[in-house]
Design a protein around this ligand. Structure first.
Ligand SMILES: [Mg+2]
Length: 101
């Protein structure tokens, strides 16, 4: 509704890993395809990162990693549909302390 009413509006949204893939796709169903590109990203739509990537591939809505960054074994990499990685100041400070900067 906001995207349709305000043509210059861009949104950054956050689902905090609260949705199943099915529920995330239901959300996308409420957004007309021509407006989906004005969602700069949707952070962590699904409980599982692989489902979030699938969500992006199937809906054309870009995603961002937030919680996933703190998952064991996470390595930053370009992925289809991924448009941002959220880096919080506290996380950045910890990272800088680890590299003795
Ligand atoms: Mg977040």
């Amino acid at each position: 509704m906001f995207l349709e009413a305000i043509p210059e509006l861009w949104l950054r949204l956050d689902a905090n890993r609260q949705w199943t893939l099915e529920k995330a796709k239901k959300f996308a169903g409420y957004i007309a395809p021509e407006f989906r590109q004005r969602i700069a990203f949707l952070e962590e739509p699904c409980q599982q990162p692989d489902d979030s990537l699938l969500f992006s591939a199937e809906t054309g809505i870009a995603i961002a990693w937030d919680e996933t960054v703190r998952d064991a074994g996470f390595e930053p990499a370009a992925q289809n549909g991924l448009s941002a990685i959220v880096i919080k100041p506290t996380w950045l400070v910890r990272l800088l302390m680890c590299v003795n900067w």
